[in-house]
Design a protein around this ligand. Structure first.
Ligand code: ZN
Length: 138
């Protein structure tokens, strides 16, 4: 069995953003030389997510509105976590959007369902953060 590990780094200038990282994950898969197996992609920070969905701008706007209704950033004083920091909403948003995804690797390709793409969800940007890509298989 082969295994491959890589960290992808992101610095998002805005507080929140969704970035399609499918091309970088695909590049990792090519580098790994693995044709059959599993790929895990996870955020290594508790205020960021990795998730799979459609690369459609209307949907990403809808996520932003929905997440702000569930866990509004302001007023920051509404959260007990925000004693000395201001990112309680980012922890909550990360929880609902998820930590990681697992994708099957078949015939050297990411074995996606229709329209599936992998996204990095940033909820507390403005600093360097990383995503782990781990691939196992043959
Ligand atoms: Zn925090």
């Amino acid at each position: 069995m082969k295994s491959y590990r890589k960290e992808l780094w992101f610095t998002v200038p805005t507080r929140r953003a969704f970035i399609n990282i499918t091309p970088q994950v695909q590049e990792c898969l090519y580098e790994s030389g693995i044709a059959e197996g599993l790929i895990l992609v996870n955020a290594m920070h508790i205020t960021a997510s990795v998730f799979i969905n459609d690369d459609e701008s209307g949907l990403h706007h809808d996520y932003e509105v929905w997440l702000e209704k569930l866990a509004p950033h302001e007023p920051v004083g509404q959260y007990r976590h925000n004693r000395g920091e201001d990112n309680a909403d980012a922890h909550l948003k990360r929880q609902i959007m998820g930590r990681e995804v697992v994708v099957a690797v078949s015939d050297g390709q990411l074995d996606f369902g229709t329209w599936e793409q992998i996204f990095y969800g940033e909820f507390d940007g403005g600093r360097r953060k990383r995503v782990l890509v781990k691939i196992i298989g043959e």
